[in-house]
Design a protein around this ligand. Structure first.
Ligand SMILES: Cc1cc2nc3c(=O)[nH]c(=O)nc-3n(C[C@H](O)[C@H](O)[C@H](O)COP(=O)(O)O)c2cc1C
Length: 351
């Protein structure tokens, strides 16, 4: 699997999730089997580039390459400038966000809303490709199947984007109108894959090794992208990779390994966000790790009241040690998306 000149470790990608896929989380997913991760979106508004949020998002220190940065916006020139800004700060691949019900940028909706205005969407792609190509930076794009059920234009747009020089397209099998409701469909992803020469990535509701294999078979996609199912379960990538390679399931991780990974994740998280913000923003990650573990709900409620990183880590260690007295490995349960936590993250995103 290649994106332009970059060879990827494998074809399992972490989906970009603003507020979630920060550097600590991306690095953890890569250590646990993800072949590629795109950073959270960076706004194309220059007045926000110096904000703490944007500079944290543009922090790639120690991250294995290729470094891919997603940009979001509604104006071609601003998007081209955002691409250049990120290239100057280490981006080796620029990803255009046409997949997320993203925040308003300059009073206009960016992200998947762009799919409603095909001419604008194409002008943005052309402007970004024009600045990236001379710098040998591949441009990729993430989109949905269309604006709404009666306006599924992913195929038309993907063809136009390929002609404009985009080097990989990821398709989330829902329309913008659906938000995260209903089920992702893969027929549109399959149609895009069949029509394009560049790599096509399938995304949406991939939550188990079996589902990964089914989506690969249904779409013929070159790669798979996993978002919510990796929250609190970054080892899902090695589980999927093992199943695709061997047809057999990997045993769930040892409780002791989950404890170690979570504590390492937290330390890395605090070092990026600092004590005050770090403790607060770590809560959602801890909640995701424990959501399916026995006693996880009660622990989450108690953990949310803790105000220091030392107390948070001590509580996590104590919870995991208690669990380890009852079991060696975490239960092999299915994945249940935490609708509440994700809607909180999305609310922060869209307001
Ligand atoms: C909290 C959250 C934040 C997201 N942020 C972005 C984003 O910044 N850019 C983007 O293209 N998609 C974003 N998405 C969409 C995901 O990349 C992905 O397309 C979607 O969650 C479907 O995949 P999944 O079913 O594997 O989660 C976000 C999704 C969630 C849940």
């Amino acid at each position: 699997m290649h994106i332009g000149q970059f060879a990827l470790a494998n074809s399992l990608f972490v989906a970009p999730m603003a507020g979630v896929t920060d550097r600590p989380f991306r690095q953890l997913c890569k250590r646990l089997g993800a072949g590629y991760a795109v950073s959270e979106m960076v706004t194309s508004r220059p007045d926000l580039w110096d904000s703490l949020k944007t500079s944290r998002r543009a922090n790639h220190a120690g991250e294995p390459g290729p470094i891919a940065v997603q940009i979001a916006g509604t104006e071609a020139q601003m998007m081209a400038d955002a691409a250049l800004y990120n290239i100057d700060r280490g981006a080796q691949i620029i990803d255009i966000n046409m997949g997320c019900p993203a925040k308003k940028v300059c009073n206009k909706w960016a992200g998947s809303a762009l799919m409603q205005d095909e001419a604008l969407a194409l002008s943005i792609v052309e402007a970004v490709v024009a600045v990236c190509t001379p710098r040998k930076v591949p441009v990729t794009l993430k989109m949905r199947t269309g604006w709404c059920q009666s306006h599924k234009n992913a195929l038309t747009l993907a063809r136009a984007f390929e002609n404009a020089g985009v080097q990989m397209v990821a398709v989330h099998g829902r329309t913008r109108e659906q938000g995260y409701k209903g089920q992702a469909e893969y027929d549109t992803v399959a149609a895009v894959k069949a029509a394009l020469k560049i790599p096509v990535v399938a995304n949406g509701d991939i939550d188990s090794p079996e589902k990964a294999r089914a989506v690969l078979q249904a779409t013929g996609a070159d790669a798979l992208m996993v978002g919510r199912a990796a929250q609190g379960r970054p080892w899902i990538f090695r589980e999927i990779a093992h199943f695709l390679d061997t047809g057999k399931h990997l045993a769930p991780p040892l409780v002791s390994e989950v404890k170690r990974l979570l504590v390492e994740h937290l330390q890395d998280h605090y070092s990026l966000y600092g004590e005050f913000s770090g403790v607060r923003s770590a809560r959602k990650h801890i909640g995701w790790y424990v959501r399916e573990l026995p006693g996880g709900d009660a622990f989450r409620a108690q953990m949310n009241t803790l105000e220091s990183s030392a107390a948070q880590v001590a509580a996590v260690e104590c919870f995991m040690d208690g669990l380890n007295e009852k079991m060696d490995r975490i239960p092999a349960t299915g994945w249940a998306v935490s609708a509440t936590t994700n809607s909180q993250v999305m609310k922060e995103l869209t307001t």
